[in-house]
Write a protein that binds this ligand. Sequence first.
Ligand code: S3P
Length: 426
Amino acid sequence: MKKTLSRAKKFQGRPRIPGDKSISHRGLILGALAAGTSEVVDILEGEDVQSTARCLKELGVGISKIGNRTLIEGIGERGFLTPKNVLDCGNSGTTMRVMMGVLAGRDLTATLTGDASLVKRPMKRVSEPLMKMGAQFKLTQDNFAPLTVTGTQLHAVDYELKIASAQIKTAILMAALCADGATKITGEIGSRDHTERLLPHFGCAIEVSDQSIRLRGGQKLKANKVEVPSDPSTAAFWIGAASLIPGSVLELENISLNPTRIGFIYALQKMGASIEIKIVKELPEPVGTVRVLAAQLRGIKITKEQVPSLIDELPLLAVLATQAHGVTEVRGAEELRVKESDRIEMVATNLRAMGIEIETFDDGFKIIGPQKLTGAEIQSDHDHRIAMAFSVAALVADQETVIHDAECVAVSYPRFYETLEELIQS
Ligand code: S3P
């Protein structure tokens, strides 16, 4: 599907933002492992989360929906069923990587695969730590899906994470649940911490400090209810648009304000954006309101330490940088090259198509603003965040912009274009 967009004269409203993708995956998975029936309220309806639900159902987990409540009949002591079919993780890296950890210590053999993008993404980063725990994996060309896991008894390890990835961290923690002994993770543990916050919510003790995470194997999870707040990475597109379009007023409620997730808001505030956040509830996840007014932005430098807290928002930040005064430089973000697309390449190609000068590095990019955005044909490479970031660019560009493969937004935000129409016609 192609979507044609042009400059927005107005941008205003109080859109309801869909549920957080990361918390939705984890709610389903921890509910599936627990004894009893768990409930996930306001789960994200996007395709990625449906991929996790599909895999869990294939493993014999009962999942049903009543209105906005998703009920999960956890396996408890019973164990998973051996799947009859290949587990199709679709476009979802979180599904595949976290399920690798979930299955490594279970009594079954399963094959996981995904769409054309997912089978090109690196998986050895997950199998490697899990194999140190005794897990058995066979990967395509030693790094990719389709991959097969044969469950086995796992042993606790001390593992130093080299990549600040919540997917790898979560996979190790899921495997650690089945391992004998206590697993300790050190190194780059500062990525999003939803798993660490939710495990105690499901009755599992976990020790977390700035330096390490420690989890004792053999603990049994107990069913619980998870209320999913709205996704800050999804809200980011409207926060960015409101900052750019003169006269905008945007008010958002029930947004996850977990500090490991809102580096984008902090970065924008430093760029001169007018964003007020207010936390209204702290546990198990900080949640609150966000109010945004349009503002004149200035360039910013983003360093490696900041990257994990805004990794998914960096394509959008590049769009904002084109309208900010001065230099914006992002470094230490080489992970962008192995997301749903090579996001450094896709950002550069599409910004250049819109008339922007951008310098790229292995680990980031540099843009000197402000520059004039001109409507263009945008190739999203089926990457939801590229399609949405360039939809925001289209709202401040001269002439029409056409987003190709625009339907890919359904991975995280099925109603993205409907909500966009509502906000610009407010
Ligand atoms: C996610 C972690 C991030 C993020 C992805 C969701 C998660 O990936 O980009 O969209 O839910 O754990 P990495 O952990 O690989 O950085």
